[in-house]
Write a protein that binds this ligand. Structure first.
Ligand code: FAD
Length: 493
């Protein structure tokens, strides 16, 4: 056995780190303050309905498959998933509605039919997205930005050469306005900013790489729901001998002479040769490294947006709805302006995810499990007791206008998740879904690295550090930690 590694938090990145470390032969302990694994990627039962509590859109499934391989393809229940033919159903107040097919040709045909947009515009936008991804994706997402080796790579020189065409100095919205003539297509492509909790009117046009993830790599649904990702990673980790300590919050990261020496859990001090924190970086500094000043950029960087989610058991099936559905605001820019001011707009964009469309066991026959989400400001200074019923009414009115029937009488089960609860359940600063926002064009460089130069053998993974939030990037953060830990420059453990 090599050294002993302590992991703080069993979010998706903590689990991925546990698999990677155990596969390398370390003895691994995972401490999780909750009684269950997964952090935001968890699930619950409400009456006869099953709900995935957080993420609903699954992209880049090969990052999960990669972990199965890292674990040696053990003989365990397989992790399977299906590719979606329709990425999302879009609805507007004026009656326009259409499915966004995963196949770009079918997608461009339906957009042409419904909006008169020439297919060439769609192909050009997707090609731009591909080009930006290929120039920058591997550098900004798959590598540590804090090692000289990354910057000496030929890909970086190529990207630097192309900077003027990467739309770093204009917003996503400006960039989409240049690509499309129709405002609904601009809005549809602007929406990708919300995939990492950003604002399309602020975030740089480079973020238009996001559609490439869906149109090139696809959108997927794990068999049995999103929570199967967590279950699979826990199974892999246990198979490799990882020990989980649920219901045990880490209280301190112990440091001796500039080196991590262990973790403090209650009164117990447990020695470790290295520690990986999957806890939000803000709280890692504030609560676990109390003698260490918090880096200014961790304190000051703008958070991503949060969300307000209603989980409804709905006693009817809706053939016009799919797994992913968006009901767009008629006042998209105002919606984002209000989020910045800490307000929920009067006409919020509503997202509905219905996993029972593909996993019928998630709802009783003749019913559906609706995960109804709107973007919400992060938790600071909002009176959620007042904001929740007001938002619920706005959502119901909007759905009733667009779907043409009353929804409220159909709701037989209900619970709600709001930013303050997200913060308390997963220790995510201000309930931000994706750590810090990408509104600043320097965001990638401002995000905390996956290690610190101040203390040896302390590493960070998860949505609040490089390369950012969302399941795929969290999985990449664990891969980057593994790489930097085992690069030649690192001391051996
Ligand atoms: P987290 O999930 O934040 O978990 C961290 C864990 O650490 C928690 O379990 C916490 O309890 C534990 N912890 C914290 N402090 C301590 C301590 N001191 N001791 C022990 N344990 C501790 N992403 C997508 O890819 N697609 C989506 O569709 C999507 N939609 C989302 C919708 C919602 C409502 C939410 C909330 C998130 C969504 N995301 C989505 C984002 C995605 O869920 C996150 O980026 C990702 O799950 C974060 O994982 P993480 O590894 O950073 O850990």
């Amino acid at each position: 056995m090599k050294g002993k590694i302590g992991i703080i938090g069993a979010g998706v990145a903590g689990l991925a780190s546990a698999v990677r470390m155990a596969a390398r032969g370390y003895s691994v302990d995972v401490f999780e303050k909750n009684e269950y694994p997964g952090g935001k990627l968890t699930a619950f039962q409400l009456g006869d309905f099953r709900f995935d509590a957080g993420p609903s859109l699954f992209t880049m499934p090969h990052y999960v498959d990669e972990l199965t391989e890292v674990a040696g393809n053990p003989d365990l229940p397989p992790f399977t998933y299906q590719r979606l033919d329709t990425i999302c159903h879009y609805f507007w107040e004026d009656g326009t509605r259409f499915p966004a097919f995963a196949d770009p040709v079918r997608f461009s045909r339906v957009v042409h039919q419904e909006l008169g947009v020439p297919p060439a515009e769609i192909f050009r936008a997707l090609e731009e997205s591909r080009r930006k991804y290929e120039l920058t994706g591997r550098i900004f997402l798959e590598k540590s930005l804090h090692r000289a080796k990354t910057w000496l790579h030929p890909d970086v020189l190529r990207a630097i050469w192309q900077i003027p065409s990467l739309d770093i100095f204009q917003s996503m919205h400006t960039s989409n306005n240049r690509l499309f003539n129709h405002p609904k297509m601009v809005q549809l492509f602007d929406r990708y900013a919300t995939y990492n909790g950003s604002d399309p009117y602020q975030a740089p046009g480079l973020l238009n790489i996001i559609p490439h993830f869906e149109y090139q790599f696809g959108a997927y649904f794990p068999t049995g729901g999103m929570h199967q990702i967590t279950k699979h990673l826990v199974r892999l980790a246990k198979h490799l001998g990882v020990t989980f300590h649920f219901g045990q919050a880490v209280d301190r990261i112990l440091i001796e002479r500039g080196k991590v020496s262990g973790l403090q859990i209650g009164q117990d001090k447990v020695p470790y040769t290295a520690v990986i924190s999957n806890m939000d970086i803000f709280f890692t500094y504030q609560r676990l490294l109390v003698d260490q000043p918090m880096p200014r950029k961790v304190k000051n960087q703008e958070k991503s947006t949060s969300a307000l989610i209603f989980y409804w058991g709905v006693q009817q099936t809706f053939p016009e709805l799919d797994v992913h559905n968006i009901f767009f605001s008629d006042h998209y820019q105002r919606e984002f302006n209000n989020l910045r001011k800490g307000l929920v707009d009067d006409d919020p964009t509503v997202y509905i995810n219905i996993s029972s469309k593909l996993a019928p066991a998630d709802a009783p026959s003749g019913a559906e499990n609706w995960f109804v989400m709107i973007n919400a400001p992060y938790a600071q200074g909002v009176d959620w007791d007042a904001a929740i019923p007001a938002a619920r009414t706005k959502i119901l009115r909007k759905l009733e206008r667009i779907l043409g029937q009353e929804i409220e009488p159909l709701i037989s089960e209900e619970t709600v998740l709001h930013p303050a609860l997200i913060e308390s359940r997963t220790a995510s600063h201000l309930g931000a879904l994706y750590g810090s926002s990408s509104n600043d064009r320097m965001a990638a460089f401002l995000r905390h690295p996956n290690r610190t130069r101040v203390f040896e053998n302390l590493y960070f993974c998860g949505g609040s550090v490089h390369p950012g939030g969302g399941i795929p990037l969290c999985l990449l953060s664990a891969r980057i930690v593994d790489e930097i830990m085992h690069s030649k420059r690192q001391v051996s453990l």
